[in-house]
Each structure stands twice: as C-alpha cells, then as structure tokens.
Write a protein that binds this ligand. Structure first.
Ligand code: G
Ligand code: G
Ligand code: MN
Ligand code: NA
Length: 256
C-alpha cells in the first residue's frame, strides 16, 4: 500500500522521472513534439506508473507539488534539448494536468514561472486536459485555459470522444489540439463501421481548424488509414513507446 507520506518522501528524494513519447507527423513519421509522462522510481517497488500514485496525490493534496515538479522538469529538459540541438524551436512538449491541478490557486503563475525559469517559449508547451477533468469544474477550467491560451500555450483535449459532451467542449474551451482516444483508433482497420468514429472526429477537428493527434497507433495499416483521412499527427507504439529522456534523445537523433 502506497501512502501520502511515501509520495512526499519520494518527491523530496527526487524519485520522480519523466518519460517521453514522441508525437509525429502521420504522413512521414517526422517528430513534432513529445508527451511527458510521469513515473516514480520507487526504491523497493521499481518503476511505478501514474495510475499507481497520481490518485494518491490528488486525494492527499500533493498533486500541486507533483504537477509543479512535472511542469518544471519538462520545461527544463526540453530547453536543454533545444540548447544542444536535439530539437528545434517548433518542438512542443505536452504535459498532462488533472482537474485538481487545473483548479490550483496559482496554476497560471506556476506555468509562467516554469517557462521563464527554463527560458522556454510558451508556444512550445501544450497542456493536455481530459474531457472528464473539464466536466468536473467547467467554470474554473474555462477561466484557467483562457489565461494559458492568452500566454500562447497550446491546449489539447485528451481522450477525446470518451466524455459526455465532446462537441460542447470544443466550443466552450480554447482548444488547439484534439487527441483521439486510443479506443477509437485501435480497431479502425476492422472495417468501415469501426473506422467511422475516428474518421468523423478527424473531419470535425479539421472543419474547426484544430489539429488532431491519433493516440495508440500500433500498426502500419492504421497509420495508412489515418493518413488517408488527413489526420495530421499520431502517437503510439508504431513509432515509439514512452521512454526516458536519454533514450528519447537517441530516438530523435535517428528520426530527425
Ligand atoms: O503512459 P502512462 O501509463 O503513464 O499514462 C497513463 C495516464 O496517466 C496518462 O494518460 C495521463 O492521463 C496520466 N499522466 C501521465 N503523466 C501525468 C502527469 O504528469 N500528471 C498527471 N496529472 N497525469 C499524468
Ligand atoms: O495521456 P494518456 O492517457 O493518453 O497516456 C497514454 C497511455 O497510453 C499510456 O498509458 C501509454 O503507455 C499508452 N500507450 C501509448 N501508446 C500506445 C499504443 O500504441 N498502444 C497502446 N495499447 N497503449 C499505448
Ligand atoms: Mn495525455
Ligand atoms: Na489520452
């Protein structure tokens, strides 16, 4: 059983890590960014995934601290990659925020400080927020996302299509990127009915001038269908799983 105290100690001992999964152009696999995904290198239990500890952080009031760590670490690491020439200034790093984090007392200030301290351009940061998180407190979410958007930060809706009001969200919130949930992407090669939803989301996003990221692309046949529909960007094991920063740098050098 993991407890709040363990996580507090873990953060204090610098046991959190970021892994990165590339976001690529579906057409040619060219990397355009990466999603940062937090892990906890627990001294006894090994590498823990967010499902194992983000909920604890949320329940125990540690999520602000966790989120600040993630934001600052991601901005710092990407600024380093720019400095060493691994990525260019169009590269975007995606950071996931939970509903609690989005409603934090000074989230906008914290994001601004993370960018300034790292020397990173706001246009190089994308905030990912799930539909469920938007639904839990839409007033605060709207206000906060508008402020972030005004700073030039990109806003992505994560797991798009799994919520109850997907279309409404696109109108209400300042969305730049729609991430098509993996559940719609996995079976597009099974037949036209399975493909219809993913294709409809791509069309919808494109008619609103939003960019799309298809999640969970595992097979070349899936990539081909997505490319044919004009889905711009993708993420998935076809290109790379999420890997530690050092391995991501190696991957980038091979794919630039
Ligand atoms: O690859 P992984 O199993 O880590 O992703 C599982 C989910 O955990 C992601 O879809 C994302 O919603 C969540 N997650 C990953 N990293 C973070 C983070 O830094 N903060 C928050 N709040 N959630 C994260
Ligand atoms: O933020 P989000 O909930 O989308 O986090 C991505 C999750 O999806 C992570 O748990 C990650 O390990 C997983 N994932 C990433 N790429 C693939 C893929 O191609 N196939 C499958 N099945 N899972 C993936
Ligand atoms: Mn995400
Ligand atoms: Na997702």
């Amino acid at each position: 059983l993991l407890l709040r105290g363990d996580l507090e100690v873990g953060i204090g001992r610098d046991e959190l890590r970021l892994h990165y999964q590339p976001v690529v152009a579906v057409a040619d696999g060219h990397p355009i960014g990466a999603e940062a995904l937090v892990r906890w290198e627990h001294p006894h239990r090994g590498l823990l995934y967010p499902d194992a500890f983000v909920p604890i952080a949320e329940r125990s009031g540690l999520v602000g601290e966790l989120g600040r760590w993630v934001l600052r670490a991601a901005c710092r690491e990407v600024a380093g990659w720019i400095a060493e020439g691994t990525v260019d200034r169009r590269f975007q790093v995606h950071v996931n925020l939970s509903a609690h984090e989005l409603a934090g007392p000074d989230l906008v200030g914290e994001v601004e400080r993370a960018l300034t301290d790292a020397g990173l351009d706001p246009a190089q940061l994308v905030i990912e927020i799930t539909e469920t998180a938007l639904a839990s407190n839409p007033e605060i979410a709207e206000q906060t996302l508008r402020a972030l958007h005004r700073l030039g930060i990109g806003i992505a809706i994560d797991d798009f299509g799994t919520g109850y009001a997907s279309f409404t969200y696109l109108r209400r919130f300042p969305v730049d990127i729609v991430k098509i949930d993996r559940s719609f992407v996995t079976d597009v090669t099974d037949g036209p009915e399975q493909a219809a939803l993913a294709q409809a989301i791509v069309r919808l996003a494109s008619s609103l001038c939003l960019s799309t990221v298809a999640e969970g692309v595992e097979r070349p046949e899936t990539r081909e269908l997505l490319a044919g529909w004009g889905c711009e960007h993708g993420q998935g094991w076809l290109w790379s799983k999420a890997v530690p920063g050092a391995d991501f740098v190696t991957w980038m050098r091979r794919h630039r």
